[in-house]
Each structure stands twice: as structure tokens, then as C-alpha cells.
Design a protein around this ligand. Structure first.
Ligand SMILES: NC(=O)c1ccc[n+]([C@@H]2O[C@H](COP(=O)([O-])OP(=O)(O)OC[C@H]3O[C@@H](n4cnc5c(N)ncnc54)[C@H](OP(=O)(O)O)[C@@H]3O)[C@@H](O)[C@H]2O)c1
Length: 246
């Protein structure tokens, strides 16, 4: 089976391993945002396709049998593009999306918001020193509402924008333990995150609960309508095995 795996996540790497073991011809596609990405097994291509048309053309040209969109839950544009391009090219599409944190028992105590602008406003009202763990690409939305707050910002790669002088930048990459997060969150008074899900970055939520720190969470948009969804790599593998191929 020739599989195009839209990647950039741990789940995508896990699925690549399973499918390569099965003998599939797997190419993982990465956007190219991260300077030193963790690479999956199998082939890798890097960079955008050029929107819906570009992706549909790629699927035809490379005679792709199936696409698994295992991109991050907040990589919404590429998921929408895949949902439009796959039917155009006549290629079956599966969405692999890890469960969110809304199933945690403390999720009902959090401040759920629809987007980053609202997250910034709510954080500005709740605290003086927000801990921003929303990813580098969303930071611009927080600058004006939180310019005078003593934000601590954690990112993997350096932000492309200039941060306010009152902010502290921390560059690191998970996974994080509770002990690590107790240190990281010292002095902060509100945690801001998106509902990324997964265990690697979950400890901050445990520590927020332990310390009684309020949590602001940006909701997921969810998978595009009409696309089948699974939540782990083994279910995605079973779906691939069930596809007829061309
Ligand atoms: N957003 C996050 O919080 C987050 C966190 C961790 C990892 N990631 C990973 O980082 C990548 C980029 O995320 P994003 O939020 O910037 O995406 P996005 O906003 O959904 O996508 C923007 C554009 O980047 C290109 N692109 C995105 N993912 C791609 C992929 N896997 N392969 C080839 N092109 C891709 C596409 O360009 P064209 O239209 O030109 O094809 C897409 O239109 C994703 O692959 C995602 O899995 C994102």
C-alpha cells in the first residue's frame, strides 16, 4: 500500500513504524516548521503542497493509495486541505487524532475558550504572570492583551516575533515530568494551553490542579465533517489494512 502520512506528531511516527513493519510504502510529510524535527521511519518529504490543488496533484502524481492525516489537532488548515483534496483525487482519507484533555476529571474546572484571542483576554483577567504554552505560531495573538503582564512563554523553537520586554522566554521540548513542571510554573499564576491532548505535556495540568492555578484551555475545532476519525496508531493501521488499494 502506498501511504501518505501527514505528520509532525508522535502518533504519526508510531503509525509510520507499524506500517513500515507491515511492508507498506510510507511517506511522511512534514510542514518544515521545526528546525530539528524528530524523524519517522520510512520516507520523509518536507514542505507545503500548495493548498488543496497542490495536494490533490501530489496524490495523483505519486499514485498514493491512502492518506492518513495524523497532524496535530490544531493544524487545522492542512486537515481541511486533506479533506478537500482526497475526494478530488479519489483517495481514501483517515484522520488520526489523539484524544483531548476534556476527559480529565478536572476539565470541568477550566476556563474553556474558542480561540487564542479569547484565551489572551481571559488570561489577562485571571492573572499577572500567565504561563503560555500555546506554541510559537499563536504567540502574536497574546502580545497586545498581555503586553504588560509578566508572561512566561515556553516554545520549542524561537518565536518569529519580538516579545514584550516584560516576558520571559523558555525554550525547551517535552516530555515533561511533574517535578519539571513545578519548577517551570513557579511564580506563574495562570496556565494557558490548547487542548492538544497526549501524555507528554499533560503534567502541567496535574501541577496546576495541585497548586490551584487557574487553567485556560483553547478548544479544538474537531476533524472536518465527513472524515473518519481514529484516536490511536493501531486503529489507524487496522483501517489501512482494510483499504482495498488501487
Ligand atoms: N499547530 C500546532 O500546534 C502544532 C503542534 C505540533 C506539531 N504541529 C505540526 O506542525 C505542522 C504545521 O502545523 P500548522 O499548525 O502550521 O499547520 P496548518 O496551519 O494546518 O497548515 C498551514 C500550511 O502548512 C502546510 N502544512 C501543514 N502541515 C503539513 C504537513 N504535515 N505536510 C506538508 N505541509 C503541511 C500546508 O501548506 P500547503 O497549503 O502549501 O500544503 C498548510 O496549508 C503540522 O504538520 C502539525 O502536525 C503543529
Amino acid at each position: 500500500m502506498r501511504v501518505l502520512l501527514l505528520g509532525g506528531t508522535r502518533e504519526a511516527r508510531a503509525l509510520a513504524e507499524l506500517l513500515v513493519d507491515d511492508g507498506d510504502d510510507v511517506t511522511t510529510s512534514l510542514a518544515g516548521r521545526v528546525a530539528r524535527p524528530r524523524l519517522p521511519v520510512g520516507d520523509v518529504r518536507v514542505g507545503g503542497f500548495g493548498g488543496v490543488e497542490g495536494l490533490a496533484a501530489h496524490l495523483r502524481e505519486h499514485v498514493v493509495d491512502v492518506v492518513v492525516d495524523a497532524t496535530h489537532p490544531f493544524a487545522e488548515r492542512i486537515s481541511a486541505n486533506a479533506a478537500a483534496a482526497c475526494p478530488q483525487a479519489g483517495v481514501p482519507l483517515l484522520r488520526l487524532e489523539r484524544p483531548g484533555w476534556s476527559v480529565r476529571p478536572d476539565a470541568g474546572t477550566w476556563h474553556w475558550v474558542d480561540d487564542h484571542d479569547e484565551a489572551a483576554q481571559v488570561a489577562a483577567e485571571l492573572g499577572e504572570r500567565p504561563f503560555l504554552t500555546v506554541g510559537r505560531q499563536s504567540l502574536a495573538r497574546f502580545v497586545e492583551p498581555l503586553r504588560d503582564h509578566g508572561c512566561v512563554v515556553r516554545v520549542v523553537d524561537p518565536p518569529e516575533i519580538e516579545l514584550p520586554s516584560a516576558w520571559t522566554l523558555v525554550q525547551s521540548r517535552g516530555p515533561y515530568t511533574r517535578d519539571h513542571e513545578r519548577d517551570a510554573m513557579r511564580g506563574t499564576d495562570v496556565l494557558v494551553t490548547k487542548d492538544s491532548g497526549g501524555e507528554h505535556t499533560e503534567a502541567k495540568l496535574d501541577v496546576a490542579a495541585e497548586l490551584g492555578v487557574p487553567v485556560v484551555v483553547v478548544r479544538r475545532a474537531g476533524a472536518p465533517a465527513g472524515v473518519s476519525v481514529v484516536t490511536d496508531a493501531s486503529a489507524a493501521r487496522a483501517w489501512v489494512r482494510a483499504q482495498p488499494g488501487r
